[in-house]
Design a protein around this ligand. Structure first.
Ligand code: G1P
Length: 297
């Protein structure tokens, strides 16, 4: 399988992270750790596993920590080397494997996800590319979701977006696709709408933060009108793509954690702790032995 159909992945990381204040007052929500790795690192590992070598971060205020995280930590590395802490040194150096290039572009105003993606245009060029929203953490097991998308793309040559079924009452949190009577898991999208009321939603198939797009999307984004909140939505540009090149929805295999919400973030923390090679057993023991407080019984 030629996974390197995508050479570049874009990470829109300019969001304010208001749902995690005050933790995100001075540091980015993408740096929140799930056990011992920040969310953005899981996203980067997923991109690299899909064959990407060029990582584009669309950043905003208070995002310097992301640049530092993927930079060389000279003092720390020297210190660890001097103390003979080889394992930790390897861990720190392994944050960004050899041959991976990181570039940063600033989104000066919060004008929406579509606008953030458009900010990456000159760095992506005229090639298909991936988009990963780091707060949608997805455990894809053997095959991370961006790689699943790359495989679909290499078979079809069409833009493809990851979707999953959500309870009807939650459609107003997501982009929602209509695939008609198609059984999936890969189906042409007939329509896509941003955050519809449950009563108006065309289905309960929600877009979660993984997109593999042809560069045509940039031209469409240029002419996409802002919504009523003044934001340019990627969903609206994808809607325009449907009448143009078309696009597919891929019902991915994997477990999604909405780490943009506190509950989803806690669920991810528990599950990743349970499967952590060093912590898993003792954390499971802890959970088993935890005596519920009287009000929990
Ligand atoms: C964005 C997209 C939405 C998508 C969601 C996935 O919304 O606009 O279509 O379903 O990400 O997480 P946001 O969560 O940034 O409001």
């Amino acid at each position: 399988m030629n996974a390197s159909v995508i050479d570049t992945v874009v990470f829109p990381v300019a969001g304010l992270g208001t749902r995690f204040l005050p933790a995100t007052k001075a540091s980015p929500k993408e740096m929140l750790p799930v056990v011992d790795k920040p969310l953005i690192q899981y996203a980067v590992e997923e991109a690299i596993a899909a064959g990407a070598r060029n990582l584009v971060f669309v950043t905003g205020r208070t995002k310097r920590a992301i640049e530092d995280h993927f930079d060389m930590a000279y003092e720390l590395e020297t210190e660890l080397a001097a103390r003979g802490k080889q394992e930790l040194l390897d861990l720190v150096r392994g944050v960004l494997p050899e041959g991976i290039n990181c570039v940063y572009v600033r989104q000066r105003e919060a004008l929406g996800l579509g606008h953030a993606v458009l900010c990456a245009r000159s760095l992506v060029g005229d090639k298909p590319f991936g988009v990963i929203l780091a707060d949608d953490l997805i455990d894809g097991g053997e095959k991370p979701v961006m790689r699943q998308l790359a495989e679909r793309f290499s078979a079809t040559g069409r833009s493809v977006i990851s979707v999953e079924r959500v309870p009807r009452e939650r459609t107003d949190r997501y982009g929602v696709v209509d695939i008609g009577d198609d059984a999936g898991p890969l189906a042409p999208i007939r329509a896509i709408v941003e955050k519809p009321d449950p009563a108006d939603a065309p289905s309960n198939l929600a877009v979660v933060g993984r997109y593999l797009l042809t560069p045509r999307i940039f031209e469409l984004l240029e002419t996409t009108a802002p919504d009523q909140r003044g934001e340019v939505q990627i969903t609206d540009a994808i809607a325009a793509l449907l009448d143009d090149q078309g696009a597919d929805a891929w019902e991915f295999t994997g477990k999604h954690y909405d780490c943009g919400s506190k509950l989803g973030y806690l669920e991810a923390t528990v599950e990743y702790a349970l499967k952590h090679p060093e912590l898993g057993d003792s954390f499971a023991e802890y959970l088993k032995g935890r005596t519920p407080a009287p009000e929990e019984q």
